[in-house]
Design a protein around this ligand. Structure first.
Ligand code: UTP
Length: 295
């Protein structure tokens, strides 16, 4: 079955990027001129996703405004002959069928995903974490959906991490799937652990911001107990899925930027700005100049 639905959890409190995220959802923090969540929705659409559920929270209404018409602004731009920008803005209201649902209590990523149960129904669905922007030639979600369609198992979007950083993510137990002597980048995932301590590290591969899951994950999430940090962890539910029906992992090709912490946010800003068609060249010159004075 082709994957047509996606869930974007965006209900977190964003405590690592406070005070920026106090009144502004961290998912709306911009990379030059586009908010993070727009990159994420565009990635889903480029993967063939038609229906997207964004899990929000109190104070995140501006995400809905962003993916709607702004009648006055569009009319104003058109009156000034700026039809290109007006078209771009208007297009945001028609990217996909976008639905919103509030997670009433911030009980963790697994709990946020559980809220999507009736939206998803009995279909596989993609999960794109609302603060992880992936930029690359091929949309990461498209790559993962293709792996799902081939293997018919939940797919974790993975990347190798530095040993000193894996404790911030999760560690996967995995083995490359070698078929007739060739490896096409797909791993069998047999276990995983959230925020591993040194003795729990199974590999340096972690799930970074993307996965495609079968609907069976909801039964697991229904009975999930709070894990690390007292939160219902999606990783714990995926670990059970991996141990029972099995999961696979795929290293997506794009580069992932973590918009949920200050350094990640700045790295994303700089790299996206350097490639930006309008300001890229000028920004590069500016950076070179200030780099001359860096010690
Ligand atoms: P994070 O743990 O990175 O987000 O969750 P957070 O809780 O906002 O971060 P800090 O630690 O307070 O800075 C990964 C994704 O899951 C969402 C977040 O919005 C983010 O996109 N999330 C997390 C929810 O939707 N609900 C939750 O209860 C927790």
């Amino acid at each position: 079955m082709a994957v047509k639905k996606a869930v974007i959890p965006a209900a977190g409190l964003g405590t690592r990027v406070l005070p920026a995220s106090k009144a502004m959802p961290k998912e709306m923090l911009p990379l030059v001129d586009k908010p993070a969540i727009q990159y994420i929705v565009e990635e889903a659409v480029a993967a063939g996703i038609t229906d997207i559920l964004i899990i929000t929270n109190r104070g995140k209404e501006i995400i809905e405004d962003h993916f709607d018409h702004s009648i006055e602004l569009e009319a104003n731009l058109r009156a000034k002959g700026k039809d290109d920008i007006a078209d771009q803005l208007g297009g945001l209201a028609h990217l996909a069928n976008i639905y919103y649902l509030r997670q009433k209590e911030t009980k963790g990523l697994g709990h946020a995903i559980l809220q999507a149960r009736s939206f998803v129904g009995n279909e596989p669905f993609a999960v794109l974490y609302g603060d992880d922007v992936v930029i690359g030639k091929n949309p990461a979600t498209k790559e993962l959906c293709e792996v799902y369609e081939k293997y018919q198992k939940g797919v974790a979007g993975i990347k190798p991490c530095k040993r000193e950083e894996i404790g911030k993510y999760c560690s996967l137990g995995l083995e490359p799937i070698v078929d007739a002597g060739s490896f096409d980048g797909v791993f069998e995932v047999y276990d995983m652990v959230e925020k591993p301590t040194e003795d729990q590290i199974m590999s340096l591969y972690a799930i970074l911001g993307r996965c495609v899951l079968p609907p069976e994950i909801f039964d697991i999430l229904e009975r999930a107990k709070p894990g690390v940090g007292g939160e219902i962890q999606l990783t714990d539910a995926m670990a059970e899925l991996a141990r029972t029906t099995g999961m696979v992992g795929f290293e997506f090709s794009g580069k992932r930027y973590d918009m949920g912490n200050k350094l990640g946010l700045m790295k994303a800003q700089v790299e996206v700005a350097l490639k930006h068609p309008e300001i890229g060249e000028d920004f590069k010159e500016y950076l070179k100049k200030i780099a001359e004075h860096l010690k």
